[in-house]
Design a protein around this ligand. Structure first.
Ligand SMILES: Nc1ncnc2c1ncn2[C@@H]1O[C@H](COP(=O)(O)OP(=O)(O)OP(=O)(O)O)[C@@H](O)[C@H]1O
Length: 318
């Protein structure tokens, strides 16, 4: 079962995954959330570290203590840093989530840890109910854990106040969901432009980026069509373009092919593979789809809320 992500501030599902209806609460992009450079000493809402001119953090995030220390026992999902010394973009440490409904408790995640490096496409696989959506919601700052930490591009996601999380979800993380989440009354181009409007990107730059993104996903001829005039695969392409609008560092995709036939699903997975390369983002994709599993750089397998060694997947016919 896939659950809609909830906004911790309201407890309700956002109207669109990209945070489209959220009013900007802070100065416009690129005055963006500051990276956490002093995780150990800083108070949650006082980070004011330098950003690049384009608003992205000036340096890689800090290595969270204990995430990759020498002598750690190898754990499923905990990657060794690449030889070039690149810092991980995502650091997840001992993440724990318990859902409580009256007296009933469901432990959805049990001390999950992993890292993801820039440019990596990671598939998160597991049976229904294994915790994939929960994990992505916590990494994307859509929900709060009961324990553990998440750092994305140096931002301490699990310690940031909601106002900063809104900015993080707008500027640093792009979301793609199974149900596309497009705004029905807007054209494809307008949907892709929504995150840039929220970031107050200048109109000319916005229009240019919309055109570039729609061309990248093969929909330049459909830019004026509304979602209901597009196929499911085309709608998901628009959603991918929208997720990339503000040049995120991380793409979070929850079952992006769940509503598509296998051939269309494969095309979407190939698109995701291509955009991870061309845009240089890191992608975390929850999926049951063997098409993506074979395209991923790495597979993390969840079982009852914990990582287990990934089972091999047979290559899919083209
Ligand atoms: N809001 C919630 N309240 C109570 N239990 C929940 C809630 N969300 C998820 N769960 C439970 O937590 C566990 C993990 O759910 P989750 O949706 O993360 O799994 P999943 O792997 O994404 O499943 P699927 O592949 O079906 O989407 C399941 O047992 C689920 O029933």
């Amino acid at each position: 079962m896939t659950h809609s992500p909830t906004d911790p501030a309201s407890g309700k599902a956002p109207a669109t995954p990209a945070g489209a209806p959220l009013p900007p609460t802070t100065p416009p992009h690129p005055t963006t959330v500051a990276p956490d450079q002093e995780a150990a000493s800083r108070q949650p809402d006082t980070a004011q570290n330098p950003t690049r001119p384009d608003g992205t953090p000036a340096g890689p995030g800090p290595q969270v203590a204990g995430s990759q220390t020498a002598g750690d026992e190898p754990r499923p999902g905990l990657a060794m840093p690449p030889a070039d010394g690149t810092e991980p973009l995502v650091v997840v440490e001992n993440l724990r989530k318990v859902y409580r409904t009256g007296p009933k408790e469901v432990v959805a995640l049990r001390d999950v840890s992993f890292t993801a490096h820039p440019g990596e496409l990671i598939a998160i696989r597991g049976r229904s109910g294994s915790g994939k959506t929960t994990l992505l919601n916590l990494v994307g700052g859509l929900d709060r854990p009961d324990g553990g930490t998440v750092t994305v591009a140096g931002y301490p996601v699990t310690r940031m106040p909601e106002s900063r999380l809104l900015e993080l979800r707008r500027d640093v993380i792009g979301f793609v969901f199974q149900s596309f989440g497009l705004i029905p009354v807007l054209s494809a181009a307008e949907n892709v432009g929504v995150p840039m409007r929220l970031a107050r990107t200048a109109a000319a730059e916005r229009d240019e980026r919309v055109r570039t993104l729609l061309a990248m996903v093969g929909l330049e001829k459909h830019m004026n069509q509304r979602p209901y005039e597009l196929s499911g695969g085309q709608q998901q392409r628009v959603a991918v373009a929208r997720a990339l609008a503000n040049r995120p560092r991380l793409l979070v995709a929850d079952e992006p092919t769940g509503q598509l036939d296998s051939q269309t699903g494969r095309q979407i997975m190939q698109l995701l593979r291509a955009v991870v390369r061309s845009e240089g983002v890191t992608a975390l994709v929850a999926t049951h789809d063997p098409n993506l599993i074979t395209l991923a750089d790495r597979v993390l397998e969840l079982h009852d809320g914990a990582f287990v060694p990934a089972t091999p997947t047979a290559p899919q016919p083209a």
